[in-house]
Structure formats: structure tokens, C-alpha cells
Design a protein around this ligand. Structure first.
Ligand code: FAD
Length: 568
């Protein structure tokens, strides 16, 4: 029997200057609603009925109004205006709230409930490096906090301003391509440039910069369309093709930071042995040492015609993990997108992407693959044609050794097509009181299963939850684990309880606290426990050097200034 009821999803651009216009993901006029099959599984697992999808709640359509007087005095604001121009210093309610929050689930919940906290006194948009330098000098002299805001897609409370001060908007002007160097195969950019702006220019380099080839940056996080190079670097991010191209820390050649202690510019070398690597010290610094003002990234020739796609279904999680480890350790080269879903995510993905789920289900059953146990592996191989032929061929051989069945490249293609659109569904779900949130970490191969089991079991001990996982960044020594959980919204406190338990489980299972989202203010309470006091002391010493007055992103980021009582 087909499933008839379909909710009246929110399908209009949010009203101007509304709470919704701040929390809505992506373009105001783009939507991707859950399909009937996905909705059915969510309803079944969370124990919800059609009735629960008849009335949206806390949609945030109201105009933003907050009651927080600006604490910066008029003389100081005038000095800021003198630096960047009065049109680039905003103190209205809407701008201050918009730049206070990123895209953490807690941000979305607070905005829907009209909870305004940790907001900046002013939003300042610098037009060039020189202006940033003057802003830092002025703020340092007056002990005014600066929190950098770029794409605002942080999912770790990275852009919040608990100490007020200014939010520095890097995305308005600081987004130029400064140089393409085809000899070294690098691009130098300002940090506010977004994924599509960068990729479009690189893909058209022959026309735009008269280069012999077109290029790609190879960095495609799921937030690609709404995040920036500055955010990628300072949170130590990873793109979905990182198994081949590397994480952002592998893509940065050199960087330039402005800090209260002065300017830091790292040299352009393919590698060096000049002591500890300052590049790596600054990558992942989340705005607490200084402001990234330019970066030189490695780029790659664009060879889309030789990309090969594959999809396999494995009989069990164990089989799939063993096969992917073998693929990563067999030394024939790495795939580009490489994504293995656990049994729960496999079932939901097949429901979401499979046009006729019942036919797929029957087909898999006949072939001996049980839903609830089977695992989907999808991927692509990028590079020279001979290379992609070799790598995809070897992957097929190994998959078949581990009794996987090929589903051709079509599933991978379907996933690729909608890979940046899935986050749009988060707003739909929350309209009807369903939380969808994610946490991620990494572990070496000998701990992967333990971490996965511990974290999923921790989530599932809460009634009416779905917890699914995938691995999407692979290494010869281990991989990441990315958990997505659904739960019925029951208040901020109750949501935070599940999230805290899951972060605690990640920490206790011996995994890294984050593989690519960073620490921010959200994971900071667990940070010292995970890395140890001596490790944190090194970061505190660096902080003291770069920013002795603690004006750069203060209020908890990277646990540099959180009270003892908040540590977990
Ligand atoms: C739907 C969704 C999907 C996501 N998928 C991925 C993914 O696949 N991979 C991934 O790695 N992340 C992902 N993220 C997380 C987020 O997109 C990344 O952390 C991203 O790198 C943040 O970039 P941004 O430009 O939005 O930075 P922001 O959110 O503006 O800032 C993030 C942090 O960096 C600091 N910062 C930003 N620019 C500078 C600068 N120039 N100088 C100093 N500090 C700076 C900020 O102060 C803040 O602490 C996802 C987020 C969402 C909402």
C-alpha cells in the first residue's frame, strides 16, 4: 500500500530580516524536502503519526528584535567607521544576531525560540588587509574582542561572541583571487572566498588566467556552497574527496596571518626542515591566534572525463571495513570520494535515493543481502585515465574478494548529484520537531569498530532515536566516523544531554574529538581531558604570545579560557 499523507513543507523564501532567514540553510529560495520513503522510516522509528506533521512550530517567521544595548561607545564606533567606512559598521539588531550564530543545531534551536545570547556589539566588514591591521590595533588597545565570521557554517559554536565586541565579516570583501601560479600549480586567495567562487575560477583558468590547463582545488565539504577557504583552514576541514586530494592541512602551501603580536607569513616551499611547522600550528587555530588574510593552496589539473564511479553492497559492516582497509593499504593509489555507510545509513540511503525501494529490497534479498546488515560503499576515482582505470579495477577486485556485489556507478552518481542539497532537509524536520544532528571523529583501524559501537549504542539507549554512521575520509592507518542522529525535539536541555553523552562516548572510546569540524566552543569542555594538560599548556603559551590581551575569539574556543567548572 502506498503512503499517501505528505506534509505541507515550508516552501517560500523566509521573510526579510526574520529569525528564519538567519537559520535557514543555503539559498533562501532553494528547498529539498524529505521524500515519502524517508519520511515513513523516520515516522516509524521515532514513533510519530501523520498528526505530528500537520502543524509546524517555531518557524521563526517573525522579524528579529533583541534587547541588547550596544556596549561599545560612540567614539570607538566612530574610529571603526573611520577605518572601514560607516556603511561597513553595523549595529542593528538583525545584523548583530545574524553574525552571532553559525549552523550548530543549538543555534537553529535558539533562533527558533528567539533566544539571543553571545551577540557582538557591532559587525565590521573590512575591505583589505591594511584595514584589518588597523582594526586589530584599535581593538587590542581598547581590549575589545574580535571574533572572525566567514561563511558562518560552523557546527561547533565557532562564531559566537560570548564576550561581545566585534564580529569581523570576512565574506563581504575579502574574497579575491590574488594569484594563480601554473608553474607551481598553486592559487593564492583571500580567505573569504567561497567554495563555488574559487572552484568556478579554477575550472575556467584557461579563459580567465590564460593557463594551459583548467584546475580544481579538490576540496568539497558538504557545506561547499556556503563555506570559505578561511573557515576550511582555521577549522582543519575536510572535503568529501579528501581520500585522494587530502584534508585542508595537506592542501595549504603557505599562509599570512595578522595577530595582535604582529604579522606571520609562512614561506612557499613544497616541504622544509626549518624546525616545527608554523603552517600546521596556525591551521586549526579557529581565530584565537589571529586572522588569516591570505593563503596559497595547491591545485590540481581538472580531468573530469577520466573520473570513474563505483558502488558496492557488502553483506556486513565487518566485511566492508575489512575490504576498505585492504583497499587503503594495498598501495595501488587512493580513490577520491570513498564513502561507506553502516547498516542503518545504508537502509535510509537506499530509501532516500532508490526510485523504487521495494524492487531494490527484493533484489538484494534474492541475492542474499539483508537490509539492516548490508553496507553501501560508493566512490569515485579521480586523476589521469590510466590511474583511475587501475584504481577502480583494483577496488572491484578487492570488493569481490570480500563478497560485495557491484551496483554500478549509478548510486554514486545519484549521491553526487544531491550531495550539497541534503542539509536543506534539516529545516523541514525541525519545523515538525525532529532534530537531525551530526558528530564526527577519527580513529585508527584497530579501534574503528569499537568507537562506532560505543557511540551508536550511547545514542540508541535514548528511546525514539535513529543513529547512523558513515566513513568518508580514509587513510592507510584509519578513518573518520561520522554519526548522524535523529531524535524527537524535547527541549534544548534534553537535546544537549544526548549530544553530551555522544561526545563523551567519542572521548572515552579513544577516538579524536573531531576529524574535520574543529573544537569551537561546543567541544571545548572535553578538550583538555582528551589532549592532556601539557598539550593545552603549549596552546596557551602560543595564545599568550600571539594575543596577550585575549581579544581574539575569546570565550571558550579551543578551551583556552574556559572555567574549570565547565571542563568535562
Ligand atoms: C550542512 C553542513 C555541512 C558541513 N560539511 C562539512 C564537511 O563536509 N567538511 C568540513 O570540514 N566541514 C563541514 N561543515 C562544517 C563547516 O562548514 C566547516 O567548519 C567550515 O570549514 C567552516 O567554514 P566557514 O567559512 O563557514 O567558517 P565560519 O563558520 O565563519 O568560521 C569557523 C571558525 O573559523 C574561524 N575563522 C573563519 N575565517 C577565519 C579567518 N580568516 N581567520 C581566522 N579565523 C577564521 C571563525 O572564527 C570560527 O571559529 C559543515 C557544516 C554544515 C552546516
Amino acid at each position: 500500500m502506498s503512503y499517501k499523507f505528505y506534509p505541507d513543507w515550508y516552501n517560500n523564501p523566509p521573510p526579510a530580516r526574520s529569525y528564519r532567514s538567519i537559520f535557514k540553510w543555503g539559498s533562501p529560495s532553494v528547498f529539498k524536502h524529505p521524500n515519502e520513503r524517508l519520511l515513513k522510516v523516520i515516522k516509524d522509528r521515532l514513533g510519530m503519526k501523520d498528526e505530528d506533521f500537520k502543524h509546524k512550530k517555531n518557524t521563526g517567521d517573525e522579524t528579529v528584535k533583541i534587547d541588547f544595548p550596544v556596549k561599545l561607545n560612540k567614539i570607538f564606533l566612530k574610529k571603526l567607521e573611520d577605518i572601514v567606512g560607516s556603511e561597513n559598521v553595523l549595529t542593528d539588531d538583525y545584523s548583530r544576531l545574524k553574525f552571532a550564530y553559525g549552523k550548530t543545531m543549538l543555534d537553529l534551536m535558539r533562533l527558533r525560540l528567539k533566544i539571543a545570547e553571545n551577540i557582538p556589539d557591532a559587525v565590521v566588514s573590512p575591505r583589505c588587509k591594511d584595514e584589518i591591521k588597523k582594526i586589530i590595533e584599535l581593538c587590542d588597545k581598547n581590549l575589545v574582542p574580535i571574533t572572525v565570521y566567514s561563511g558562518g557554517s560552523s557546527v561547533t559554536r565557532g562564531v559566537e561572541c560570548p564576550k561581545g565586541g566585534i564580529s569581523l565579516n570576512m565574506q563581504k570583501y575579502m574574497k579575491r583571487i590574488l594569484k594563480i601560479n601554473p608553474v607551481n600549480q598553486t592559487v593564492t586567495v583571500q580567505p573569504g572566498i567561497s567554495g563555488p567562487e574559487l572552484e568556478k575560477a579554477l575550472n575556467n583558468a584557461q579563459n580567465l588566467f590564460s593557463t594551459k590547463y583548467n584546475y580544481t582545488c579538490g576540496h568539497f565539504p558538504q557545506s561547499f556552497e556556503y563555506s570559505t577557504v578561511g573557515g576550511w583552514i582555521t577549522t582543519r576541514g575536510a572535503g568529501q574527496n579528501s581520500t585522494y586530494y587530502g584534508k585542508i592541512e595537506n592542501l595549504v602551501l603557505s599562509q599570512e596571518y595578522l595577530t595582535p603580536a604582529g604579522e606571520i607569513r609562512t614561506g612557499e616551499y613544497p616541504a622544509h626542515a626549518m624546525g616545527p611547522d608554523l603552517n600546521q600550528v596556525m591551521i586549526g587555530s579557529e581565530g584565537v591566534f589571529g586572522i588569516l588574510v591570505s593563503a596559497t593552496l595547491k591545485i590540481f589539473r581538472l580531468i573530469p572525463h577520466s573520473t570513474r564511479r563505483f558502488s558496492f553492497i557488502f553483506k556486513s559492516w565487518q566485511n566492508a571495513i575489512d575490504a576498505t582497509r585492504e583497499i587503503m593499504q594495498a598501495q595501488f593509489g587512493f580513490p577520491s570520494i570513498f564513502r561507506l555507510s553502516d547498516p542503518e545509513e545504508t537502509e535510509i540511503a537506499l530509501r532516500m535515493y532508490g526510485a523504487d525501494f521495494r524492487i531494490i529490497q527484493t533484489f538484494l534479498r534474492v541475492k542474499g543481502y539483508k537490509l539492516g546488515e548490508s553496507c553501501l560503499l560508493i566512490g569515485t576515482c579521480d586523476g589521469d585515465d590510466d590511474f583511475t582505470k587501475l584504481v577502480s579495477g583494483k577496488i572491484s577486485e578487492i570488493a569481490s574478494d570480500y563478497k560485495a556485489m557491484s551496483l554500478s556507478g549509478l548510486v554514486a552518481k545519484a549521491w553526487e548529484k544531491s550531495r550539497f542539497k541534503d542539509p536543506y532537509m534539516r529545516d523541514d524536520f525541525l519545523d515538525f520537531g525532529i532534530i537531525v544532528d551530526t558528530l564526527e571523529c577519527s580513529a585508527c583501524w584497530d579501534r574503528i569498530e569499537h568507537v562506532w559501537k560505543r557511540v551508536t549504542e550511547t545514542c540508541k539507549k535514548y528511546p525514539r532515536t535513529i543513529c547512523m554512521a558513515h566513513i568518508s575520509h580514509f587513510y592507510p592507518q584509519g578513518a573518520n566516523l561520522y554519526f548522524t542522529f535523529f531524535t524527537k525535539e524535547d527541549g534544548i536541555k534534553e537535546y544537549l544531554q544526548i549530544q553530551n553523552d555522544m561526545i563523551g562516548a567519542i572521548r572515552q572510546s579513544g577516538a579524536s574529538l573531531s576529524h574535520h569540524h574543529g573544537i569551537g566552543k561546543m567541544i571545548a569542555p572535553w578538550f583538555e581531558g582528551a589532549v592532556g594538560k601539557e598539550h593545552l599548556d603549549v596552546l596557551k603559551a602560543l595564545k599568550k604570545h600571539f594575543d596577550p590581551n585575549n581579544i581574539m575569539n575569546p570565550g571558550g574556543t579551543l578551551a583556552l579560557d574556559i572555567p574549570e567548572t565547565e571542563k568535562k
